[in-house]
Design a protein around this ligand. Structure first.
Ligand code: NAD
Ligand code: TYD
Length: 366
């Protein structure tokens, strides 16, 4: 039995992880700590409210007094650290929050964990799992081998640089102080609860609303896509069987050019609408409802500055050591994700209101 602190548990991957973990480990207890920024949504965890093995605390990972108190009071022995500013485009427009949360926040968590678990002796057996990204390794050329755990760090955006800094701090707390840490560097995730400023959910909601599908640059940038539940399974494998002090890459082994991914989503939309006339009444603005091709919404737009060309993950270590394999194919995952957004319009309409709209206006209307 474990008592977990899940930071950022109201966000996309964190919420999926909390649901996954309590399904797989119902005897464990999960305390979520989340600052509920624009990307955090307590409603993502609504189904768990009231359960005795779940608690939600609104607060920041930069609040050392709060983190220490939670570690002591809840007798937490495991931290799974998702909390972060996570969107590359936002980091280009305003990097400060990324430094504060991703670097200072991670360092605050590390100092609190060391103080309570080690210096106060509360938890000799403990685990600090740090959730990071493949973007710390930089950008690959078309024929470069995929990222391994020993690829040199070369972050290119303020987001990836802040995550790289946090990875180094986690590593240093193990080597210097003996804190029992693991780190995972994962490729691009997609699935339910994904905030619709990222590629896949944005394209889906724009297909449903009949709005333009903005593809950056020539659309030929490559990402390695992983369905979010497969990421959760990878973290579970590391928490339960991984070696302390080690880093594991997690990926789907599915490289796809952005433009091909967007065309796949358009095809899935057209096929789904053709099969289900009810959807045409629910989403009359979509081109698919009007019998037209969703792909005609695609628009090439100005590229992101410093846009990384290609990411690809070599999963050999986690496969060989922990027997981990991704299980959801890209086609199946995109279909499940499309269906989730079709059936949860109230969710995406509410998160796209308010602060999200003001941010878009403030940063893109100049
Ligand atoms: P997200 O933006 O959807 O969620 C981040 C969560 O952190 C939100 O709930 C937000 O409220 C919370 N948060 C932000 N600042 C906080 C603070 N100071 N204190 C407490 N909570 C705070 O992000 P996500 O896509 O779910 O990513 C989660 C983690 O996984 C991040 O660390 C990210 O770097 C990493 N990651 C993401 C991907 C991906 O494809 N999305 C891939 C690899 C790794
Ligand atoms: P994103 O979902 O922001 O993830 P990341 O930048 O962390 O990989 O973007 C995925 C890819 O899609 C990336 O190459 C940028 C591109 N992209 C677009 O072409 N249009 C968009 O509107 C967005 C948000 C992203």
């Amino acid at each position: 039995m474990s008592n977990l602190l899940v930071t950022g548990g109201a966000g996309f991957i964190g919420a999926n992880f909390v649901h996954y973990w309590l399904r797989q480990h119902p005897a464990d207890r999960v305390v979520v700590l989340d600052a509920l920024t624009y990307a955090g949504n307590r409603a993502n965890l609504a189904a768990l409210e009231g359960q005795s093995n779940f608690a939600f605390v609104t607060g920041s990972i930069t609040d050392a007094a709060l983190v220490e108190e939670l570690l002591r009071r809840e007798r937490l022995d495991t931290i799974v650290h998702f909390a972060a500013e996570s969107h590359v485009d936002r980091s280009i427009h305003g990097p400060d929050a990324f430094i504060q949360t991703n670097i200072v926040g991670t360092h605050t968590l590390l100092t609190c964990a060391r103080k309570v678990w080690m210096l106060e002796g509360a938890m000799p057996q403990h685990r600090f799992h740090h959730v990071s990204t493949d973007e710390v390794y930089g950008s690959l050329g078309p024929h470069d081998p995929a990222f391994t755990e020993s690829t040199a760090y070369a972050p290119n955006s303020p987001y990836s640089a802040s995550k790289a800094a946090s990875d180094h701090l986690v590593r240093a707390y193990h080597h210097t102080y003996g804190l029992q840490v693991t780190t995972s560097n994962c490729s691009n995730n997609y699935g339910p609860f994904h905030f619709p400023e990222k590629l896949i959910p944005l394209m889906i909601v724009n297909i449903l609303r009949g709005q333009a599908l903005p593809v950056y640059g020539d659309g030929r940038n490559i990402r390695d896509w992983l369905y979010v539940t497969d990421h959760c399974r990878g973290i579970e494998a590391i928490l339960t069987r991984g070696r302390v002090g080690h880093v594991y890459n997690i990926g789907g082994g599915v490289e796809c050019e952005n433009i091909l991914l967007v065309r796949s989503l358009c095809r899935i939309a057209d096929e789904t609408f053709a099969r289900d006339p009810d959807l045409c009444a629910r989403y009359p603005q979509s081109l698919a409802a009007q019998g037209k091709s969703s792909a005609s919404l695609i628009q090439y737009v100005t590229d992101r500055p410093g846009h990384d060309r290609r990411y690809a993950i070599d999963c050999q270590k986690i496969r060989a050591e922990l027997g981990y394999e991704a299980t959801v194919t890209l086609e199946a995952g995109l279909r499940m994700t499309f269906d989730w957004y079709v059936n949860n319009s109230a969710w995406w309409q509410s998160v796209m209101d308010g602060s999200y709209r003001s941010w878009i206006k403030q940063n893109y209307s100049a």
